[in-house]
Design a protein around this ligand. Structure first.
Ligand code: ASP
Length: 351
């Protein structure tokens, strides 16, 4: 009896201790992290219902991206999938739900980077392409350029058969009211509602200022070890004169380098551009061997030192995630092979 028990135990130990058994049972490593903007109202002001909506939206997007990676899909596909979903969600300031310019238009910016060979694509001032992140990717993969803007970018989009929509597709009442409030505060004229926008609704949303920022972004590591990063935004409410922020600028809002890092930023773009946030974080990780957390904290401190607000999601070459922000919160979520989604909103919620 005793011998049989020992033999069975030995067999079990053999099975589980064999390296190949380990290799087969441990899932391939992949990892994804996303954000839905930094800024965020104080905990007391975010209604339970609205908080639940954000958490569900983040979880849905990170799961969608994770599903791509689990099936062996590329980091680029995962980033595009997660961001496209958030672009369609009116909760976020990207695609549908984007903020308005002072002229009452939605002008969308996006960028994407492939950490393999550091190819990149970006677009700015988009008004008719449903998924600006998809267009940024086409610029990277199917044009000789890195960045296209405005009418030219839309013309390129038509050659790529990307889904086009009427500008009013991006309209949301909540963002329109934010614009009116912003323009009144700045004593600027309120433009006419865009053609095709729905009739004004009664103001049932009391949280007009709850989302000072609201950009979306994603960084992913796939099972082949490739890193990709992307970011998409409507910019800032009441922007004028063709203003473009950090989001479509490679090195400021987005960066990816295999084996080193992936970064997507959100915040007051004027400051993120000046610090070159995404590239600066990767450079510290690469050249100074800083951890993702140390690099992110140091660079967000630099942004703060010149009075900028915002945050970043960072992933290192092994798929480990760091967040850093100098705002009360940042909508964010992460998921790794074999794990469950971790969704966070407030700064003090940890990782
Ligand atoms: N960084 C974006 C911009 O300046 C805004 C944001 O992240 O919310 O356009």
């Amino acid at each position: 009896m005793k011998e049989r028990f020992i033999a069975a135990l030995a067999a079990l130990v053999l099975i589980f201790a064999t390296p190949s058994a380990f290799a087969q049972s441990s899932p391939p490593r992949w990892s994804i992290v996303i954000h839905g903007g930094a800024g965020v109202i104080a905990r007391a002001e975010l209604t339970r219902q609205r908080e639940a909506q954000y958490r569900a939206a983040l979880e849905g997007a990170v799961r969608d991206g994770g599903r791509v990676l689990r099936r062996g899909g590329s980091a680029l596909d995962a980033v595009e999938t997660a961001i496209s979903r958030m672009e369609d969600d009116p909760l976020f300031n990207a695609g549908r739900g984007a903020v308005f310019t002072a002229e009452g238009r939605n002008e969308l910016d996006a960028s994407i980077m492939d950490g393999r060979g550091r190819a990149a694509g970006a677009v700015a001032g988009i008004t008719r392409t449903r998924h600006p992140i998809a267009l940024a990717r086409r610029v990277m993969e199917h044009s000789p350029h890195v960045m296209l803007i405005g009418e030219g970018a839309e013309a390129f989009a038509r050659t790529q058969n990307l889904e086009a929509v009427a500008p009013a597709f991006f309209f949301t009442e909540r963002r329109w009211r934010q614009l009116e409030q912003n323009l009144r505060r700045n004593r600027l004229p309120i433009p006419r509602r865009p053609a095709g926008a729905p009739q004004p609704r009664a103001a049932n949303d009391q949280h007009l200022d709850d989302h000072q920022f609201g950009t979306v972004g994603a960084v992913a590591l796939d099972t082949l070890g490739n890193i990709a990063a992307g970011t998409s935004t409507g910019g800032v409410t009441g922007k004028r004169w063709g203003r473009v922020g950090d989001t479509p600028l490679i090195g400021a809002g987005t960066y990816a380098q295999n084996g080193v890092c992936g970064v997507s930023a959100t915040g007051a773009g004027e400051y993120f551009i000046r610090i070159g946030v995404a590239r600066e974080i990767c450079a510290r990780m690469h050249l100074r061997d800083a951890s993702a957390q140390a690099a992110a904290d140091a660079v967000i401190a630099e942004v703060g030192a010149i009075s900028g607000d915002g945050g970043v999601i960072v992933m290192d070459g092994r798929g480990r995630v760091a967040y850093s922000m100098n705002t009360p919160g940042m909508y964010r979520a992460q998921l790794r092979a074999g794990g469950e989604p971790r969704v966070r909103i407030f700064a003090n919620e940890g990782n």
